[in-house]
Design a protein around this ligand. Structure first.
Ligand SMILES: Cc1cc2nc3c(=O)[nH]c(=O)nc-3n(C[C@H](O)[C@H](O)[C@H](O)COP(=O)(O)O)c2cc1C
Length: 325
């Protein structure tokens, strides 16, 4: 997610789940190929499995960008056919490509020829006055014929005129049933559903209904522990205890140390950690200490440890008093 799921966010999320597939924010092919912005590909080896999401609509340029992503170590290259922002429309990429399944197929085919890792697509169910019942199966059919086997479908239309990107994530109604019907039409494709999903219970229900994956956006960002701490056991069948946000915070300390020693700032990392304890006693103090202190000169891991102590103190106090959390 643009401006949100940068490398620090992904590193944090990886401390919460070993198996969840993480995605970069959209990186445009022109930025990589023409702008030589290779720093956008930097990531930590511990983030794997991690997919690079590209934006673009020029097959050669996307093939080159995919190759750069593969060389940088990404496990999957994903093409964005869902982003509705004006900036993106003007470059003919993102959701507007729902109008051009042939071009998307051509782009994917070029990317597939360029890299040995999976090329996948994230799309909408349609845009503007398109009829999703017709457009979505046609899109899946054309693009899968080019060799794409895996799709993540944001189960709502994008309205390219009149709605802001933010409104386009909430106002067009969700149509989960349509995505579920694609399961029957395309049994060989790996289909993930996205849009408005906030709990692992919902995710399990979609998997039981036959889908292959569930993609979390905003909930994973705002309540990462709720979405990710139990995911390895419940979704991926892993053994062992669930992760905890406390352990994740401790695992972040050496990472923070390293970032600061390279000239980085504490708040570049902690801004992604504010929601870690949401709903827990001490969450407000945690959030306040980090948001008020992390941008100050000299702020470092000690501040994070002090904020964490507020959570553990509150939790211990509740346990002693036998109060509900
Ligand atoms: C701030 C923000 C940035 C986003 N950037 C991207 C992006 O770069 N690529 C993408 O495919 N989707 C992006 N999205 C959309 C989400 O991936 C997701 O499709 C959408 O929020 C619906 O899912 P959710 O209800 O689980 O959040 C973004 C969403 C938000 C809130």
């Amino acid at each position: 997610m643009m401006d949100w799921t940068d490398r620090h966010c992904r590193y944090l999320h990886r401390q919460l789940s070993r198996h969840a597939l993480l995605y970069t924010e959209m990186v445009t092919a022109p930025a990589l190929v023409r702008g030589n912005a290779l720093h956008l590909l930097e990531h930590d080896p511990k983030e794997h499995p991690v997919a690079l999401q590209l934006g673009g609509s020029d097959p050669d340029e996307l093939a080159q960008a995919a190759r750069l992503g593969y060389q940088a170590g990404y496990d999957e290259i994903n093409l964005n056919v869902g982003c509705p922002s004006d900036r993106v429309q003007s470059g003919t990429f993102g959701a507007v490509l729902m109008h051009e399944p042939r071009l998307v197929a051509e782009c994917c085919s070029a990317m597939i020829s360029a890299v040995p890792v999976d090329v996948t697509v994230k799309c909408r169910i349609g845009v503007d006055d398109q009829n999703p019942e017709i457009v979505l199966p046609e899109f899946l059919s054309r693009v899968s014929a080019a060799g794409v086997g895996r799709f993540a479908i944001h189960a709502r239309k994008a309205w390219l005129k009149g709605l802001s990107p933010k409104e386009n994530r909430d106002i067009p109604p969700l149509d989960y049933d349509l995505v579920l019907r694609m399961r029957g039409l395309f049994p060989a494709l790996h289909l993930s559903i996205n849009g408005g999903i906030t709990t692992l219970d919902q995710a399990e229900a979609f998997l039981q209904a036959g889908l292959d994956g569930v993609m979390f956006g905003r909930a994973a960002y705002h309540q990462p522990a709720d979405v990710l701490c139990q995911a390895d056991r419940r979704i991926f069948g892993a053994e062992g205890p669930d992760t905890t946000p406390e352990d994740a915070v401790r695992a972040m300390l050496p990472y923070i140390e390293r970032h600061l020693s390279q000239g980085g700032k504490l708040n570049q990392i902690t801004r992604h950690m504010l929601g870690l304890f949401s709903g827990r006693p001490g969450a407000r103090a945690w959030r306040r200490m980090l948001s008020e202190g992390a941008h100050l000169a000299g702020a470092g891991p000690k501040l994070v440890e002090q904020a964490l102590a507020r959570i553990t103190d509150e939790t211990d106090a509740r346990e002693v008093a036998n109060l509900p959390e």
